[in-house]
Design a protein around this ligand. Structure first.
Ligand code: NAD
Length: 414
């Protein structure tokens, strides 16, 4: 049997949280599908003389709380289903973190690694030209898989060439030189760290000597591992797509990051034992953090998880069936919509800085991030505690849905 699509899983969470939290059925009906789906095609004459048409999407999920906002994913097997799921996640994530923004997501089905730098630039610029509607009070795209500071710089420039005016608030995840925020790159990993520390502390686990396993050693996983290491925790296992490394006394995270930067992988690190991704998920640690891809903890392996707490740094790393099994076994899961909302939160600060022509220092960014993400975590926890049958994930979604529901009522939509 085919596993349910990632959007079907998101809809199931929406409906279950809605039922448990007594959300108005009309609100749930509105939220079953995006408000608007823009699917378009980008024709491109490539540098080698060939011609290709690239499918692209932008999903405007819900904008009851504010302008549409969030990332642009470019990967060869991108699906509309995935973009829709990420659109509803962003609606919930923004509401949880009290960010006055709606949820959106977009992307291009393309293999950036197979394109020349000139073709990459042309593709990204074409995406912004074809994207309608857009602008700082309408839809603010940011980065995601396959896009980074360079792509966002091209998008900003294209947007400003079209409108004829400077508007740094129209795009997020820009480099600092073009109006990006300090602390943006580390924000998601830092947010995961702050939530993990709070959730572990509530369960009597301090960071000193706490053991952790982190799957995925990219922007999020490696930053989180670094912050845990700096705080005195023992990160005993980390992995990337090729496999992982284990050291019971704790890994030398700064040296591993250096190796990842210079060699592109963490394998064969001196003084460590190899560990595969399945064994990492079953490691006997205090906290397990999936920080790579979705659906890695599922019906087939949730029974092998031995951590006392799971913190979702990736989007959707635990399936619905995996979630139910972990709940049965008394292993709490801090959901993605709270744990990895640090990047979305600093994007909010980036847009605020763009609108006000101000630049915040790093201390202000980090302080504001900490306040917001801990408040979101506490609200999800308290809502779960007050709602019979609700997990932390339900608590987060119910808390968010109540805000979206209220905004839709006030606007007269429902
Ligand atoms: P990244 O591309 O920088 O790193 C991904 C890491 O996961 C790499 O180490 C890669 O080798 C590893 N990986 C890929 N496939 C794997 C697999 N099948 N098994 C094990 N490891 C695998 O990505 P990132 O920016 O660190 O994002 C990681 C996750 O966090 C993604 O799910 C992303 O959607 C989510 N996320 C990221 C941000 C952000 O700000 N970067 C924000 C919110 C959510």
């Amino acid at each position: 049997m085919q596993p349910p699509s990632v959007f079907a899983v998101a809809q199931a969470t929406l409906n279950e949280a809605g039922r448990l939290g007594g959300i108005d059925e009309r609100a749930l009906e509105v939220l079953q599908e995006p408000k608007r789906i823009n699917s378009f095609r980008l024709p491109l004459k490539l540098e080698d003389g060939s011609f290709r048409v690239f499918p692209a999407h932008r999903v405007h999920y819900n904008d009851a709380l504010g302008p549409f906002r969030d990332g642009t994913r470019i990967r060869p097997d991108l699906t509309l289903d995935e973009v829709k799921a990420l659109g509803i996640f962003m609606t919930i994530k923004h509401a949880c973190a009290d960010i006055p923004a709606g949820g959106a997501k977009g992307g291009i089905q393309a293999d950036m690694a197979a394109l020349s730098p000139r073709d990459r630039e042309a593709l990204v610029r074409a995406y912004i030209r074809h994207l309608q509607p857009k602008g700082p009070w309408v839809d603010v795209p940011g980065a995601d898989i396959g896009t980074g500071e360079q792509e966002m710089s091209w998008m900003l420039d294209e947007y400003e060439q079209i409108t004829g005016e400077h508007c740094p608030a129209a795009l997020n995840d820009k480099p600092f030189a073009l109006g990006g925020s300090l602390g943006g790159e580390a924000a998601t990993g830092r947010g995961v760290f702050l939530v993990l520390r709070a959730a572990a502390g509530e369960r009597g686990m301090g960071l000193e000597g706490l053991t952790a396993a982190v799957q995925g050693f990219g922007q999020v996983g490696s930053e989180l591992a670094q912050q845990l290491h700096d705080a005195g925790a023992r990160v005993v296992a980390v992995s990337d797509v090729h496999g992982g490394v284990f050291r019971g006394e704790g890994l030398d995270i700064p040296a591993l990051r250096q190796q990842a930067r210079t060699h592109g992988t963490i394998g064969n690190f001196p003084g460590t034992e190899p560990i595969d991704n399945d064994s990492l998920l079953a490691a006997e640690v205090d906290v397990l953090v999936p920080a790579a891809v979705h659906d890695v903890i599922h019906e087939g392996n949730a029974g092998t998880v031995r951590a006392k707490l799971v913190v979702e740094a990736a989007n959707g790393p635990v399936t619905t069936a995996g979630d139910a099994l972990l709940a049965e076994r008394g292993i709490p899961v801090v959901p993605d919509v709270i744990a990895n909302s640090g990047g979305a939160t600093v994007c909010h600060f980036e847009r605020s800085q763009g609108l006000s022509d101000e630049s915040w220092d790093l201390e202000r960014v980090n302080r504001s991030l900490e306040r917001r993400i801990l408040a979101a975590h506490a609200a999800a926890r308290d809502t779960a505690a007050e709602t019979p049958g609700a997990s932390l994930r339900h608590g987060a979604w119910i808390h968010a849905l109540r805000k979206v529901e209220r905004a839709m009522q006030l606007r007269g939509w429902i």
